[in-house]
Write a protein that binds this ligand. Structure first.
Ligand code: GTP
Length: 364
């Protein structure tokens, strides 16, 4: 099949894997699945869906498992976004490969674009598809070049762009190209993934496709890319959307130092900087300074508080003159006046730290 640039919709199915438990983002993911956490005031997944729609793909299948019902409650049939969204639930999580196999019956097109539901990227999706069609590939992988590839599995390619291996993490990687979590499959390959058991697409499916002699191609670029799986990446990714460093059609034309929901109450003399987002019904007291942070719906920030590179979950309260840096404050938690929290501390939902002048830190 070839692409037709004259048509605005593409004959491609999108599959998004959203079934993971998001353990690295706990406690934010105790009640909310990772792809539904607010970033720049939208559930993260909504930014990805908007990019998929902008690329002309309209049929989307979500492979869900953990907190599966939350997705359908929010997005419904997708018509409000101009999409047709279907949901396939894994009662026992089947892993990334098993999750792709599990949606096979819902696929309609010969070409299937699969996304990890926790990757923030600005790559041109149509350019990835064009690589797939022009190279007549069986599988095309988006590969991104990163400055420090040691934390990731690497995917080398030859001079024709064909993938030659899938390498585990190593201290001395032979290439700076890493798997960016977006793949284009020829549909028949998905039928070959074993059914009804846990399969890792990275460790099992890709190596076996390569070994079977199929044409596996890399679409390599240096576009914005971030795995949102850890709290520091989550806050920086959200800030990058707010500031327009990472593309999202949802905030186009509204980017800047902060995004504030119109129902939030922001007192005088408050500084909102560094890509901060402020959700629905948040109250921020006079003289507070919030920098590079994500404030979920219904949180209260009392006067004079200072918050930097942190996440304050729904309904949490930060007391007057508290200082919070690089922390996660769970849903409904309360941090007392004048407390100092820093160094990656995570306050569990509902926990209450009394007013104090004490400094809490995970730093040695
Ligand atoms: P951590 O527990 O913090 O590692 O997060 P995670 O569970 O989301 O795992 P990971 O970041 O490796 O997952 C990458 C993407 O695949 C995410 O969008 C997950 O939602 C998704 N995913 C992971 N495991 C499964 C699964 O068993 N089934 C489905 N449908 N999706 C999965």
């Amino acid at each position: 099949m070839t692409s037709n640039p004259e048509t605005s919709t593409r004959d491609v199915d999108a599959v998004i894997l959203v079934g993971g438990r998001g353990t690295r983002l706990r406690p934010l993911t105790v009640n909310t699945p990772k792809p539904m956490l607010p970033t720049a005031n939208y559930p993260f997944l909504q930014h990805l869906l908007a990019r998929i729609k902008a690329a002309g793909i309209t049929h989307v299948v979500l492979g869900t498992s953990y907190k599966a019902e939350v997705f359908e409650e929010y997005f419904g049939d997708g018509s409000q976004m101009g999409l047709e969204i279907e949901y396939v639930v894994e009662t026992e999580a089947l892993g990334t490969g098993g999750g792709i196999r599990n949606v096979y019956d819902r696929l309609r097109s010969e070409t299937v674009m699969v996304f990890n539901g926790d990757v923030l990227a600005s790559t041109d999706l149509n350019a990835v598809l064009d690589t797939h069609y022009s190279k007549q590939a069986d599988l095309t992988m988006h590969l991104v070049r990163v400055s420090d590839p040691r934390a990731y599995g690497c995917v080398p390619t030859d001079s024709n762009g064909n993938v030659t291996a899938f390498l585990e993490k190593t201290e001395d990687p032979p290439t700076d190209q890493i798997n960016a979590g977006c793949y284009v499959f020829r549909r028949e390959l998905i039928a070959e993934i074993p059914e009804n058991r846990v399969v890792s697409v990275e460790r099992e499916t890709f190596p076996s496709i390569l070994q079977s002699g199929r044409k596996v191609v890399g679409h390599v670029d240096t576009a914005y890319w971030r795995d949102m799986g850890r709290p520091d990446d989550f806050v920086h990714g959200s800030a990058d959307i707010v500031r327009g460093i990472a593309d999202s059609p949802l905030v186009e034309g509204r980017t800047g130092e902060s995004i504030v929901d119109e129902t939030a109450g922001v007192a005088g003399g408050v500084l909102l900087l560094g890509g901060t987002s402020v959700g629905r019904g948040v109250e921020i007291g006079a003289g507070s300074r919030i920098d590079g942070s994500v404030i979920f719906d219904g949180a209260t920030i009392e006067p004079g508080a200072q918050i930097r590179d942190s996440i304050v979950a729904a309904g949490a309260r930060i007391g007057a003159n508290a200082h919070i840096s690089d922390c996660v404050i769970g849903e409904g938690a309360s941090v007392g006046a004048r407390c100092e929290l820093q160094g990656g501390m995570r306050v569990w939902p509902g926990v209450s730290i009394p007013d104090c002048g004490v400094r809490f830190s995970t730093d040695a």
